[in-house]
Design a binder for this molecule. Structure first.
Ligand code: ATP
Ligand code: MG
Length: 457
């Protein structure tokens, strides 16, 4: 087999040669360029499988190299080299279609792994998908976050957008699943085609079926004319099945058939209709446990699960909170037209410390509410809803004599979470990391009702 060709671009000759040396020893054919201009010249003369370019170079920088190669040879993969700590440009590069980034100083094993994975991916993409039009950059301007966790998400989105595979998006409520689904569609070759969203939790079973598949005239009493279903409407484009965990088992079978055969049959009709739909699905449930409990079909799970994107809860990337706060502040201020200039450091600290059971949606609501209610020029800690000031803060505010027990604070906290889940105890238990029975027991005890066989958790 012909060796893969790699172009290494770095104005630091020592670093470039080191990298070239390591990659040659892995059996790749490696060329060097010590400036962006030279890289482009070489790219015009021959086609490379992969370009690894430093981002920071005088005049013609790494992003320009990326751009030039995207135009010249859209199937050339790119990896960018970034200095430790300057993730922002790496994000920009990923958003512009780079496959991955490596951090200077180099870790050779890391590089070997990333290069191998990248070239594997190239082979896969070539087999499965039309390349994204070379001039179209990745557009996820409204998705905020520059933490390593979010960067991983962008990378996966950029990678899967170009292909046709189904994507399962998982994550707690409010982590941005809908936003990510939309970004996949918008960056896919189907972006100009329909994007149809169906919330599986919003319909009773029979209605969900007719929404999805449509019906033939006379199929049931009210079927006065033929009606197209959403899957037909989505043909050529993307269908996003939100809350897929709530799809009834009997419909799961029918959906599986669509995924396998690429055709649907309207209810009451006797003919199949071919459809070309790319499926995205989202859930905040643990589908694998549902499979084990036979509440979700295993075959459908594996079909949907080809690529999984798991969005992190906000408490696992708190470093993104200030960026998100700024974003939501700007968004809200343009609506309220209030004369508020910003947010105080203390208020920001409170927001960063809170653990956000309702994730990004809850943060957005908190900012909107604070802005609507404040009469200050700058948001102060007192503008931040009191339940967001952690347990210690609340403790400190209590007057002597009214000090509350840890148990009471726990109940308070649980009640807040129940409020977020709209009273859904299963979801609340999941967020709290305890099982449903334990939650039930705590609540029962709080109401002063004893529970049989009670033990301390
Ligand atoms: N990374 C992000 N940057 C900016 N806004 C975000 C981000 N993630 C989520 N949001 C915003 O937070 C809100 C909730 O996001 P979204 O509806 O996508 O969450 P979800 O995971 O689908 O939640 P649910 O499971 O409750 O349906 C939306 O207003 C969305 O625009
Ligand atoms: Mg959603």
């Amino acid at each position: 087999m012909k060796a893969h060709s790699i172009l290494v671009v770095d104005d630091d000759l020592v670093a470039a040669e080191l990298l070239a040396e390591v990659l040659s020893r892995e059996g790749y054919r490696v060329e060097l360029a010590t400036s962006g201009e030279e890289a482009v010249k070489k790219g015009e003369a021959e086609r490379f499988d992969l370009v690894i370019t430093d981002l920071r170079m005088p005049e013609f920088g790494g992003l320009d190299v990326l751009d030039a190669f995207k135009r010249m040879s859209s199937d050339t993969m790119t990896i960018v080299i970034t200095a430790f700590g300057s993730f922002e440009t790496a994000i920009e590069a990923i958003q512009n279609g780079a496959y991955d980034y490596i951090v200077k100083p180099f870790k050779m094993d890391d590089i070997k792994q990333k290069v191998a994975r990248c070239l594997e991916q190239k082979a896969l993409l070539k087999k499965n998908a039309p390349a994204v039009p070379a001039t179209e950059g990745f557009a996820f301007k409204t998705i905020i976050g520059s933490s390593p966790k979010m960067l991983e998400i962008y990378k996966t989105v950029a990678r899967v957008a170009a292909s046709e595979v189904p994507v399962l998006i998982q994550g707690e409520s409010g982590t941005g699943k809908e936003l990510i689904a939309r970004a996949i569609h918008d960056n896919s070759p189907r972006s100009k085609e329909p994007y149809i969203v169906l919330n599986c939790a919003a319909f009773p079973e029979n209605l969900l079926e007719s929404e999805l598949f449509g019906y033939a005239k006379g199929a049931f009493t009210n079927a006065l004319t033929d009606k197209k279903g959403l899957l037909e409407e989505a043909s050529g484009g993307t269908c996003f099945l939100d809350e897929i965990g709530d799809m009834p088992l009997n419909l799961q079978v029918k959906l599986l058939r669509v995924l396998q055969k690429g055709e649907i049959r309207r209810i009451g009709a006797n003919q199949n209709i071919p459809v070309s739909v790319r499926f995205l699905a989202a859930t905040n449930k643990d589908l694998l446990s549902m499979v084990k409990a036979r509440q979700f079909r295993e075959d459908l799970f594996y079909r949907l699960h080809v690529v999984t994107i798991t969005l992190p809860p906000l408490r696992e990337h708190p470093e993104d909170i200030p960026l998100l706060v700024d974003h939501f502040f700007q968004k809200a201020i343009s609506k309220t037209k209030k004369d508020v200039h910003g947010i105080s450091k203390e208020a920001m600290d409170t927001l960063v410390r809170f653990n956000w059971p309702g994730n990004i949606r809850e943060l957005e609501n908190a900012i909107e509410r604070a802005l609507a209610l404040t009469s200050n020029k700058v948001l102060l800690p007192s503008d931040i809803p009191s339940e967001l000031h952690g347990a210690e803060a609340r403790f400190a505010e209590e007057r002597p004599g009214t000090l509350r027990t840890l148990g009471e604070i726990k109940i308070d906290y649980i009640e807040q979470i129940l409020k977020h889940t709209g009273g859904n105890q299963n979801m609340a238990a999941e967020i709290l990391g305890i099982d449903r029975k334990t939650l039930y027991r705590i609540l029962k005890r709080a109401k002063g009702e004893g529970v049989e066989g009670e033990e301390e958790e």
